[in-house]
Write a protein that binds this ligand. Structure first.
Ligand code: SF4
Length: 222
């Protein structure tokens, strides 16, 4: 098994009928600003450096972001926040994430999510998270030998990651740092969704600090 193979399986997955129906409906009912765009409208593969030391786990592709462009955190405001921070800390070659052909390359970082299909209201059901954990588990296993820092974005990603790792009793708090094992560290972050960034729940200094911390942990391991 390889990450490419997992991504092939993700794109062909049909385990969650509610989500598959939703992502097609979103494509059919697209807003005027996306008329003329081709929508991916399938489960969205993860992407990045297969030898990554930094793993970022989000919630799910955005309905008109990843679900439209076919790449996680691409074509939406969360992706812009993520890539600006990754570029500023040396994990990406470009501060923007616009389309699958934009030339963006991640360096030493891999980006995934707990659910690979955009859910209605950004709220996957527990059964859908459980179905998709199959892929996240494979990704965690395949990246285990290189990853030293995991950043979870938002409470659902944090809870799912802790559950998969049998990490109990940890509190979801932005900027918390927890040891996972002797070589791996978890950094907890709010999700860079508009709901958080537009309300000041997540400010730019709070956000960039997460990536600076990840960078310094990775560099300390050298
Ligand atoms: S959310 Fe995951 S498990 Fe469910 S259909 Fe999409 S890719 Fe498959």
């Amino acid at each position: 098994m390889s990450l490419d193979k997992v991504n092939e399986q993700i794109a062909a997955c049909s385990l969650c009928p509610r989500l598959l129906e939703y992502i097609r409906k979103v494509s059919d009912d697209r807003p005027p600003r996306y008329w003329g765009h081709d929508y991916w409208a399938k489960p969205v593969p993860s992407f990045g450096d297969p030898k990554a030391r930094l793993l970022i786990i989000g919630l799910a592709p955005a309905a008109h972001g990843g679900n439209r462009t076919g790449r996680m955190f691409t074509g939406d405001s969360s992706g812009e926040w993520l890539m600006k921070a990754m570029f500023e800390t040396g994990f990406a070659n470009c501060p923007h994430s616009v389309s699958i052909n934009d030339g963006l390359l991640l360096s030493d970082a891999y980006v995934t999510s707990i659910v690979k299909c955009a859910p209605p209201m950004n709220k996957p059901l527990n059964t859908e998270i459980s179905n998709c954990s199959l892929f996240l588990k494979s990704e965690l296993n395949l990246l285990k030998s290189t990853v030293v820092v995991v950043i979870t974005l938002g409470k659902m990603a944090f809870d799912t990651y802790c559950k998969l790792n049998n990490m109990r009793g940890l509190k979801f708090k932005h900027d918390s740092v927890y040891p996972i094992d002797s070589t791996t560290t978890l950094i907890v972050s709010y999700h860079p969704s508009r709901r958080n960034t537009n309300t000041g729940t997540l400010t730019w200094p709070m956000w960039i600090q997460i990536f600076e911390k990840a960078k310094s942990i990775i560099e300390a391991m050298l």
